[in-house]
Design a binder for this molecule. Structure first.
Ligand SMILES: Nc1ncnc2c1ncn2[C@@H]1O[C@H](COP(=O)(O)OP(=O)(O)OP(=O)(O)O)[C@@H](O)[C@H]1O
Ligand SMILES: [Mg+2]
Length: 331
């Protein structure tokens, strides 16, 4: 094996990676980094450029310009080394019609020039991992959609690659099958694999991925840890505020504050009975960019005679962050 072009701690690094289809710029100077051992979420709307990037990284497509390295090996010059290190699961894959599940996997093992005895052992291990052991002698084309996805994953594991490039592996799966797929990916991470997964199912990526890249119209909007992303977005701080007293006065007082971006009534009801009853309201308050201090909320409420009884910061979800960062543009 030839030496990598540089010693790097990244599993994947792209350098101004660009691609065009005719007039259309599908990837525009992409610079992303995936760390060794990461489960990296590659997030973007339809047509954002995810599949194009994955095809380039798995050497099925030559970029128009720029380059990428996989464990330090350059995609333009060290393809043989890279192919041994990666397993690419495309977004659609044909199943070979008349092959049994074991034959299908054996065929791909043979393509990687694995010894027959090694193949048999590896196939049993992988079937166990993806939960298809009992289907080993079924026709691949007779498997359900979810099982075919798992077989697709099994196929890319046959040569024991370090890096998995998975293009929407959970698409079309029912909720239980998706959870199972995510659990398999967690298992694989524990075994030391690095995983890049593209998906639209953001809530799942949030708990699965330690790092994400957000892409829109071929441009990378963010690349970093999920924690940092939330941190950046939490500059626009949102709080849930519970008040006792007239909800109208509370809203008016909050909306009048110069540091308040938005105040929205979520719910309103009576607390207690008869003369002792109070109007209890729940209000979502978003502070303006750069304003960090929730103390301003209580200061605004004080003159209105409304009592602040509870204040808690809202956790911003990855989904909300994605919507905030992208403008939902489709090319
Ligand atoms: N072979 C092709 N010829 C021409 N245009 C293409 C080709 N493949 C992709 N495109 C265009 O390039 C852009 C990026 O497509 P790509 O498939 O990479 O997006 P994606 O992020 O994977 O989308 P999806 O979420 O729908 O799978 C789209 O505008 C698409 O129409
Ligand atoms: Mg795609």
């Amino acid at each position: 094996m030839s030496e990598p072009t540089s010693q790097t701690s990244w599993a994947i690094e792209t350098f101004d990676l660009s691609h065009t289809y005719g007039e259309l710029t599908a990837l525009n100077r992409l610079n992303l980094q995936v760390g060794r051992g990461d489960i990296f979420g590659f997030i973007g709307s339809n047509g954002a450029g995810k599949t194009t990037a994955l095809k380039i990284l798995s050497l099925f497509l030559r970029p128009a310009s720029g380059t990428a390295s996989i464990y330090g090996y350059d995609i333009h010059h060290q393809g043989d080394e890279i192919r041994r290190l990666i397993g690419y699961m495309p977004d659609t894959f044909g199943v070979y019609k008349d092959m049994l599940v074991v034959e299908y996997l054996d065929f791909f093992g043979a393509c990687y020039q694995m010894k027959r005895s090694d193949r048999a052992k590896k196939i049993e291990e992988i079937l166990q991992l993806v939960g298809l052991s009992e289907k080993r002698n079924d026709l691949a084309s007779h498997l359900s959609r979810g099982m075919q996805q798992r077989l697709g994953l099994a196929r890319v594991l046959i040569h024991d690659p370090d890096l998995l490039l998975l293009d929407e592996p959970a698409s079309g799966l029912d909720p239980r099958a998706r959870v199972e797929m995510m659990n398999i990916l967690r298992e694989l991470q524990k075994k030391g694999k690095t995983i890049l997964i593209s998906s639209h199912i953001l809530s799942e990526l949030q708990s699965l991925c330690n790092r994400v890249g957000i892409i829109e119209k071929g441009n990378l909007l963010y690349c970093g840890s999920t924690h940092d992303l939330k941190f950046r977005q939490s500059v626009l701080k949102t709080f849930r505020v519970r008040t006792l007293g007239d909800s109208g006065s509370a809203l008016q007082a909050l909306k009048g504050g110069s540091s308040i971006e938005e105040a929205q009534l979520i719910s309103c009801g009576l607390n207690g009975h008869g003369e002792n009853s109070h109007s209890l309201s729940e209000i979502r308050v978003t502070l303006k960019n750069g304003c960090m201090d929730p103390g301003q909320i209580s200061e605004l409420l004080l003159p209105s005679g409304v009592k602040l009884v509870h204040l808690v910061q809202e956790e911003i979800s990855l989904e909300q962050t994605f919507l905030n960062l992208t403008r939902g543009e489709v090319q």
